[in-house]
Design a protein. Sequence first.
Length: 212
Amino acid sequence: MQIVDLSHPISSSMPVYPGTAPPSLTSTAALDENGFVEHLVQFSTHIGTHVDAPAHMLPGAKSLDRLPLNHFMGHAVALNLSTIDSKEIGVTELESHHDRLDTADFVLLHTGWGKYWGQSRYFKQFPVLDRDAARWLSSLGLKGLGIDTPSLDNANSFDYPNHKHFLSRNVVLIENLTNLDRLPQTPFTLVCFPLPIQRADGCPVRAVALIG
């Protein structure tokens, strides 16, 4: 079995969404002084490769700990959309993959935007689904949708229509994925377990693809 890591490493120097505090990793014990090593780690629930819970955007909606564990793993399909010139992904670009999505629990959108990770442009004018494409995908009964961009909505959005549309259907959103170019055209298993944080609106995940 091949394992493909789809997650960005977490560090104090990692890129974060504008306005989000960077992670802090502080030493609280050293081997030569204390006989063991320990760190205090502080981070936003939406840094790096992370999953959004319905509670992230919707009042009274489920937090991550209120979703069953099997909601974070299942059959997945990656769609290569990296050749699309437009900054909006439409239904036409998705419908051609319809036959591959019949049994999918997760759909991962490979836009190619991940190549800009670490550059300021990564957080600007990235590709997003248009309204009709979001509604078409949400009709498939998915557990989750992933993408190699920082958000499912435009950077200048204030009402987050795509987020709210998927999250209202308990479709979790996995943002800032990486290495999607290493995924096959055939189905694979996706695992993206969050930490068991109570009332979590989101959480970084170690998303991995299990192939074969």
